[in-house]
Design a protein around this ligand. Structure first.
Ligand SMILES: [Zn+2]
Ligand SMILES: [Zn+2]
Length: 193
């Protein structure tokens, strides 16, 4: 899975997104930056495997979207990120989009000025994130239509697994996907199904 570090090039302040594993490698990514926070795109265990260790090492606030998982795991989140929340990283601003479907607490971190989006498991190069119920899949369709497709074509999406991609290159495939009747489907979907 992909962890990310977002760094303000002017102030070197940074945030760590999804500390899934390998704390030493994550610490290396953060070298010569001043970590401000750890942010979770969602609460699946593969995205938080090194969370406890990285909190111990960095001693910075943990930020995540509220939801049943975060309560259940007693994560001691320091700041809840609701839809529309803004996180300052030095001179840069990250806007939070709530993008449920894959999980109820899934968020995307968008730097509108630089046209980049850390999307967690909301969307991948090949399709939307896996859903575990018909309802979850229907919510994914709504998220794609109402949120993802409103972003600009030049947005580069950085997903939780696999390669990054340009949203404009996927727009036609996502629209075609939304125009199809998927019945009572849920699970692993691909844009061309
Ligand atoms: Zn996930
Ligand atoms: Zn994942």
């Amino acid at each position: 899975m992909n962890a990310y570090v977002l760094v303000c090039s002017k102030t070197r302040k940074s945030v760590l997104v999804d500390p899934g594993a390998e704390p030493d490698a994550l610490e290396k990514l953060l070298l010569k930056t001043e970590p401000m926070a750890i942010i979770l795109t969602h609460t699946h265990s593969d995205h938080m495997g090194a969370l406890t260790e990285m909190r111990k090492r960095l001693k910075v606030p943990l930020m995540a979207h509220p939801g049943p998982h975060t309560d259940m795991m007693n994560l001691k989140v320091n700041r809840w990120l609701d839809h529309g929340a803004r996180v300052k990283v030095g001179k840069q601003t990250i806007t939070i989009y709530h993008t449920p479907g894959h999980t109820t607490d899934q968020i995307c971190l968008v730097d509108e000025k630089h046209h980049l989006a850390v999307v967690g498991d909301t969307i991948f190069d090949g399709g939307p994130g896996r859903t575990r119920s018909v309802e979850g899949f229907q919510i994914t369709l709504k998220t794609l239509r109402d949120i993802i497709l409103t972003w600009s074509d030049q947005t580069i999406c950085y997903p939780g697994h696999g390669p990054s991609f340009c949203l404009g290159d996927k727009r036609k495939a996502i629209e075609a996907f939304l125009n199809k009747d998927h019945g009572s489907f849920f699970g692993d979907a691909t844009w061309d199904m």
